[in-house]
Design a protein around this ligand. Structure first.
Ligand SMILES: [Fe+2]
Length: 243
């Protein structure tokens, strides 16, 4: 049995900063759920888009510290770290280089998202920019991009380039009649997914659930494979080591 001490590398738990948690109370409810799911560490990854109204880093650090303190007072034993979910645009790398945007937990990994209808070429070259600048880009919620659906060859190209692939935990859940979820599990099984994140936004509609995803893939994979994706790979991000 794999060890269940999950690290969630993709979450919107900070209150009032993006379309995630709307209040400290909701954040605490999300952390309660996360704890019950076996999550011990969460990287808060508020959305960042160049040219949009983004909260500055000091403010985010202040809110993160308040969340950590409040959680501690309530006996919620989770470590909260910081990063950003970076919406790709041509100029956004400059913002990362000038440290306006956060990498994942101060590592060389950056969580990058694209528009769902983005062309493969743009995704490829966008991720390549980060690789060439010395970062390890993690493509957020791979299952959303139309150009990558049923295109494992293209996913492989992105991996060869030096990027890592993240899938949302909910996308793995569903019975055998759910062909999409079954296909997503197949991608995990084939080793095309490096990381699972909850991408939680609230306590009800998009809560920080990961255990059902863990159970869903457990039937098809070895304990070693599962341990890697759910525990070891995210820990390597925290330690800034190569996956
Ligand atoms: Fe997200």
């Amino acid at each position: 049995m794999a060890e269940k001490q999950f690290v969630d590398i993709h979450s919107h738990i900070l209150p009032g900063v993006d379309d995630g948690s709307s209040s400290m109370e909701e954040t605490m409810e999300m952390l309660r759920i996360a704890g019950s799911e076996g999550i011990t560490t969460m990287i808060a990854t508020p959305h960042y888009a160049a040219g949009s109204k983004n909260m500055d880093m000091e403010q985010l650090v202040g809110i993160k510290n308040k969340v950590q303190e409040t959680a501690k007072e309530l006996g919620l034993n989770l470590d909260i770290l910081l990063g950003n979910e970076i919406y790709y645009s041509e100029s956004v790398l400059e913002d990362v280089l000038s440290e306006k945007v956060m990498t994942l937990a101060d590592s060389h990994y950056v969580l990058i998202e694209f528009g769902v209808r983005e062309h493969f070429k743009t995704i490829y070259h966008g991720l390549q920019e980060f690789v060439l600048a010395g970062y390890a880009p993690v493509l957020a919620h791979v299952e959303r991009y139309q150009c990558l659906i049923k295109r494992e060859d293209l996913m492989e190209e992105l991996i060869k380039l030096g990027s890592y692939i993240q899938m949302n935990s909910f996308s793995l859940c569903g019975g055998f009649w759910n062909t999409e979820a079954a296909y997503h599990r197949k991608l995990v099984n084939k080793g095309l997914i490096h990381l699972i994140g909850t991408d939680c936004h609230d306590a009800k509609r998009r809560p920080p659930c990961i255990e059902s995803a863990y159970k869903a893939v457990r039937k098809h994979m070895s304990d070693i494979q599962i341990q890697q994706i759910f525990v070891e790979h995210p820990r390597k991000i925290l330690e800034n080591k190569y996956i």
